[in-house]
Every structure is written in structure tokens, then in C-alpha cells.
Design a protein around this ligand. Structure first.
Ligand SMILES: [Zn+2]
Length: 209
């Protein structure tokens, strides 16, 4: 069933159908119902990346999601959001996190393959998180951003059963064939992994209670 029985009778159905045709009806094998504005991480703000910067998919049904790739933008949050919306940019990440307050923009659905890792296989298996900042300016990598990102990473790990370790949470520079150096030498992996583990623990506890 292509659209999950969501089409009912009436004018609402016609509108829904038109939206399907425009956005994803054309993609074979993709049957998950999508709602405009829906996010995968509670509290994230939906800002759609250009369709040209991602590939519609059906993860984790078609590709196993087992990696998180950590990036630093080398530019402002606003610039990252702008270029990911630009169809000529040829890249986008699933998430962009703002430095001053840890605000999270989700720009691609996790079920889709966003072009962020510079490696087809790693794009297909991973979720990309961009952090506002510069690799040679450690002061741009704020505590509030680390914490917000850690909660996001813990959430992703829990939802896909990804182990919280450095084999599965990697830097862009650790992607095979990477030409990028981000998140750079000032990215504090010890601190980040500590925060992700703590957030994962907290999440498991609240889920159990
Ligand atoms: Zn990167």
C-alpha cells in the first residue's frame, strides 16, 4: 500500500493527493506517510533543505542507520541554513545546531539520505549534525550547543539502536575518503561523548518510568 490508507474521500483527500504528487509520490518504494513540518527530534524546528541536496529514501527499511557524523559549519547558523536550502549547494545535513542557544533546525528527515558526508555509503548509513562554528575558533563551540547536540545524538542512538561510542559517532574527518577536517582538533570528543552517555542514560530512565 503506497500511502498507508491515508487517502479518504472528500476535498481534503484531493489536496492531500496533490501534495503527494508534488513531493514524493514519484519516488518508487517509498511508502512512509510524511507530514509537512514533522520532525524526528522533539523540539527541533523544521526548515526544509532543498530537495536537490538529499535523496528521498525509506530508512531504516532500505538502509541501516548506524552512524552519526559530527560536523562544524565553518560559517554561521544562518549561512548553513541558507546554503542547505539552495538547490545548487549539493549538500545538506539533517540537523543544524545554533551556537548561542543550542537551537536545532531539522532540514532533512532522518528517513532520507542527506548529502553531508562526501561518501555515498556513509550518507546512506548516517545522520549528519552540523554545529555552528569554526574549527580554528574553539570559543565558537559553545557548551549549550554541545549539550543540545548530545541530547539529539542520544535520541538518535536510542531510536535506531546505535551504540554510544566513537565507532558509531564519528567526525566528518573520520569518514573514509574525507577531504574535510571538521569538526577539527578543538572539538572536545571526551566532553561530547560524556554528555551523550549522560543524555542516553537520562532518556532510558524517563522511558522506563
Ligand atoms: Zn563536515
Amino acid at each position: 500500500m503506497l500511502i498507508g490508507g491515508a487517502v479518504t474521500v472528500g476535498a481534503g483527500a484531493a489536496m492531500f493527493h496533490e501534495e503527494l504528487g508534488r513531493l514524493w509520490w514519484r519516488v518508487p518504494g517509498i511508502d512512509k506517510q510524511r507530514t509537512n513540518g514533522e520532525v524526528d527530534h522533539t523540539g527541533a524546528q523544521w526548515i526544509a533543505a532543498s530537495e536537490a541536496n538529499l535523496r528521498y529514501a525509506d530508512r531504516p527499511a532500505d538502509f541501516t542507520v548506524d552512524r552519526i557524523v559530527v560536523h562544524v559549519t565553518e560559517g554561521s547558523y544562518a549561512t548553513a541554513v541558507r546554503v542547505f536550502r539552495d538547490p545548487l549547494h549539493a549538500a545538506a545535513a539533517h540537523y543544524v545546531i545554533r551556537g548561542k542557544d543550542g537551537h536545532i533546525a531539522q532540514m532533512a528527515r532522518e528517513l532520507d539520505v542527506a548529502f553531508h558526508a562526501g561518501n555515498r555509503e556513509y550518507n546512506e548509513r548516517s545522520i549528519g549534525i552540523e554545529h555552528e562554528g569554526f574549527v580554528d575558533k574553539p570559543e565558537t563551540l559553545t557548551d549549550v550547543m554541545y549539550r543540545s547536540s548530545a541530547r539529539l545524538a542520544a535520541d538518535i542512538c536510542a531510536r535506531y539502536g546505535i551504540p554510544v561510542d566513537r565507532k558509531h559517532i564519528i567526525g566528518h574527518n573520520e569518514v573514509p575518503g574525507a577531504t574535510h577536517t571538521d569538526p577539527g582538533r578543538h572539538w572536545d570528543w571526551d566532553k561530547y561523548m560524556r554528555l551523550v552517555r549522560a543524555a542516553a542514560k537520562k532518556r532510558a530512565k524517563s522511558a522506563a518510568s
